[in-house]
Design a protein around this ligand. Structure first.
Ligand code: MG
Length: 464
């Protein structure tokens, strides 16, 4: 029979052992580093790993082979400003102050009480650095340092919003290049931007290797005016646009190699995507949709479906192609969830949803319907494999430009009636199947009309 003293010791050991194991089980992972690499106006078909044989993008392709490539990922909107607002806040741009593209004369910008990914992560001990194009309002209160970024180097808006715009009737002011809230220079050389932003980003990663950090690198390219350093000019043999893509790819390689050489690969989520489809009116200075319908400024697939490559070894499947759909509005809630960076007492009412089930598990409960909205107009919805398009006018290019000169685009030149597409069979939106799918069309159109009412309420705030 066990004596009382031994029994007590055994009991203590029995209790203590699982207690230690439980503590170890519950020990939080080291907060993950987050890297978002965002190109500007790069098309769905501008990468080798997305099926374009004419471009050379070995570093992005490698990222895809070490992670997952998503075929049905959407930008939050079809133009820079609302797309970036959606990505950074997880909310439709109509709600956050910037429903349409802003420039050097706009009064509006991202609202003071909207929280960006950087705001959330900074509150939870992250270093937050942004290097590149902001485009969410140029006045001091709208700029990155007031919206969660402790470090900023870059432009307040697009590079073509400067005195050298090639088309008449665009009297832009000198384009400032900022370091935090100080203007370093005006009209910086377009050919140097990718290298400069990359150098800054690499330096940021090295300085913050002890982590956690959030790196947001919104490239100014391949948006017009195209620019490339001497090392890449003429290198692709396929024209300036392909040269620019090569240099962006080189940049991605430097970022990824820096992360890997510091031993940070396993604890770093790297996302590579674009803000909207190609600006087709620039002809040979625009990218490719590989056959998807229309481009930037429209809510057809060519305007909003963009590449997404994601890598996090051990967490995201290696070398996989995933066709489940989701959008950039989902990135903020997902990243904030990963970093356990919610803010007590703050309900941010995300439009996006946490898609860690899609990214990390290979299983998913499915995605809620995604609305395609442009400047307050709900033009389409995707639900499962179906996309319902509401009647609306849309931008068409009647004459593509050449060598950096814009061609002719007519803002409301195209018209569509109510239509339904099966994107699994017809990603090109060529075959309207609404007539043979009346119930689905009716249901999705009603959904659009209902969400339109909500957007109409949001748009009231912009009426003066
Ligand atoms: Mg853009």
């Amino acid at each position: 029979m066990m004596n009382a003293k031994y029994c007590l010791a055994a009991l203590t050991a029995a209790v203590a052992a699982p207690a230690v194991a439980t503590a170890a089980d519950k020990a939080p992972d080291k907060a993950p580093n987050i890297v978002v690499l965002l190109t500007d106006d790069q098309g769905y078909g501008d990468l080798r790993c997305y099926g374009n044989p004419k471009v050379s993008t070995p570093n992005i392709d490698r990222l895809a082979s070490e992670g997952t490539r998503y075929t049905d990922f959407y930008a939050g909107a079809a133009a820079s400003t609302p797309s970036r607002a959606g990505l950074l806040t997880g909310r439709y741009a109509e709600r956050v102050g910037v429903p349409d593209v802003v420039d050097d004369t706009s009064d509006n910008g991202i609202k003071a009480d909207e929280l960006t990914i950087a705001d959330y992560l900074k509150q939870h001990g992250y270093s937050t650095g942004m290097f590149g194009k902001w485009h969410l309002g140029y006045q001091p209160e709208y700029m990155p340092n007031r919206h969660g970024f402790t470090e900023f180097y870059g432009l307040p808006y697009s590079m073509d919003m400067w005195p050298f715009h090639p088309a008449p009737g665009h009297p832009y002011r000198a384009l400032p290049l900022y370091e935090n809230e100080t203007v370093l220079e005006y009209n910086p050389p377009v050919d140097e931007m990718t290298i400069r932003l990359t150098d800054r980003a690499v330096d940021f990663i090295r300085r913050n290797a002890d982590g956690p950090f959030f790196l947001y690198l919104p490239y100014t390219q391949p948006h017009v005016p195209l620019g490339v350093s001497g090392k890449f000019r003429g290198k692709s043999g396929e024209g300036l646009y392909a040269d620019v893509l090569m240099e962006i790819d080189w940049s991605v390689g430097r970022i990824v190699n820096t992360i890997d050489s510091l031993g940070l690969a396993d604890n770093t989520l790297i996302l590579f995507t674009s803000d909207n489809g190609p600006w087709l009116s620039y002809g040979d200075h625009a990218g490719s949709t590989l056959g998807l319908r229309e481009g930037k400024g429209t809510t057809f697939e060519g305007g909003q479906r963009v590449p997404l490559v994601a890598r996090m070894p051990g967490k995201i499947a290696k070398g996989k192609t995933d066709s489940r759909f989701f959008s950039a509005l989902d990135l903020a809630p997902t990243i904030i969830g990963m970093a356990d960076a919610g803010m007590p007492g703050k309900n941010n009412n995300f439009d996006g949803q946490d898609v860690s089930d899609i990214l990390f598990s290979g299983k998913s409960a499915g995605h809620k319907p995604f609305f395609f909205v442009y400047n307050g107009q709900v033009e389409a919805v995707r639900d499962g494999k179906y996309k319902c398009v509401a009647p609306h006018a849309y931008r068409v290019v009647t004459e593509p430009g050449r060598d950096g000169m814009p061609g002719l685009q007519i803002i409301d030149g195209g018209n569509t009636g109510l239509a339904l597409f099966d994107l699994e069979k017809d990603p090109y939106e060529k075959n309207d199947i609404s007539a043979s799918n009346c119930e689905t069309t009716k249901r999705l159109h009603a959904m659009i009309q209902e969400f339109q009412k909500e957007m109409d309420r949001e748009m009231q705030q912009y009426k003066k």
